[in-house]
Design a protein around this ligand. Structure first.
Ligand code: GLU
Length: 300
């Protein structure tokens, strides 16, 4: 059964609403859905004879005849690497593949680099990646260093706790509850700014926070609900998502600052590719309990 909750303070915005009632029942599901990408041909086509006048990033891609994409690889359903099969899967990974295809590059011409939250801006500034797709919130602060295409997804900060925890929402956080999040992320900053008495623990990866929660060394993990729901589905007997979203996180594709041609290209792709977006959503998040509509791009 799918129960859509109102998005709390952000009702009225096309924010990801989560069917929390369904998240912690049933058997563990393997993350990422179909690891095999054979169905993707039906979702998008690889473009041919692409040119992108005035894009330094596209010039570099053409020169090396390949694309380097920054991703996450420990976030089930969003950006995930299956260590056994070596397959990458998830909504963000497919968004990255779709962009590559629109530039004329198929899976065999994509090199993936796993970049933690705290290292994203620097990896883009350095030119280590051509673009980054990984639960990356558009913020003014980050826009000082890089540009964003999008948004392509909207969610909000939530809480993950042990199934037997008495924490029901952010209102239950206190000086006695340690909250874990990723270094350099918007959620940890929100806790520091707005819940200054709450002790924090931080790691580069959210999966390390999840391990700490299951081991009992922290009381909650906080980040975007769309991320947390993937972990809850991995360990339904141990952890659960609680409360309503208490921020708005608008995901963008991180790009080199000033590459307006590439930004406009990706924004146009999103604007014109609603069916593809929906196909990518259904494939990766359709069974997750998350309901969200494709947001309009913000061509700033
Ligand atoms: N969306 C938030 C951010 O960009 C949290 C998720 C993440 O760290 O990737 O900081």
């Amino acid at each position: 059964m799918r129960i859509t909750r109102a998005a709390g303070a952000f009702a009225g915005i096309a924010i990801a609403a989560l069917a929390l009632a369904g998240c912690n029942s049933g058997s563990p599901t393997s993350p990422g859905g179909d690891a095999e990408t054979e169905g993707d041909d039906a979702l998008w086509e690889v473009a041919s004879d692409v040119s992108l006048e005035g894009s330094p990033t596209f010039d570099a891609i053409t020169e090396r005849d390949g694309i380097v994409v920054g991703v996450k690889e420990d976030q089930p359903n969003l950006g995930f690497l299956d260590a056994t099969t070596n397959e990458r899967s998830g909504f963000d990974v497919d968004i990255a593949r779709w962009i590559a295809a629109s530039l004329g590059y198929d899976e065999d011409k994509i090199e993936y680099k796993a970049i933690a939250s705290t290292n994203r801006e620097q990896s883009i500034v350095n030119g280590d990646v051509d673009y980054y797709v990984g639960t990356y919130s558009i913020t003014d602060d980050r826009k000082n260093q890089i540009d964003f295409a999008g948004p392509y997804f909207i969610t909000g900060q939530g809480l993950l706790v042990a199934t037997d925890s008495t924490i029901e929402s952010e209102d239950d956080l206190s000086a006695d509850t340690t909250v874990c999040s990723a270094t350099g992320s918007t959620p940890i900053q929100n806790i520091r700014d707005n819940y200054p008495d709450v002790p924090t623990e931080e790691f580069d990866l959210y999966s390390a926070c999840v391990d700490a929660l299951i081991n009992g060394t922290v009381d909650a993990v906080t980040t975007d609900q769309a991320i947390l729901i993937g972990y809850a589905a991995q360990y339904p007997d141990d952890i659960k998502v609680v409360g309503e979203p208490f921020s708005e996180e608008r995901y963008g594709v991180g790009l080199a600052k000033g590459d307006d041609a590439l930004r406009a290209h990706i924004n146009d792709l999103f604007t014109e590719g609603g069916d593809v977006w929906q196909g990518i959503f259904d494939k990766n998040l359709g069974d997750s309990g998350i309901t969200v509509e494709q947001p309009a791009v913000d061509a700033y």
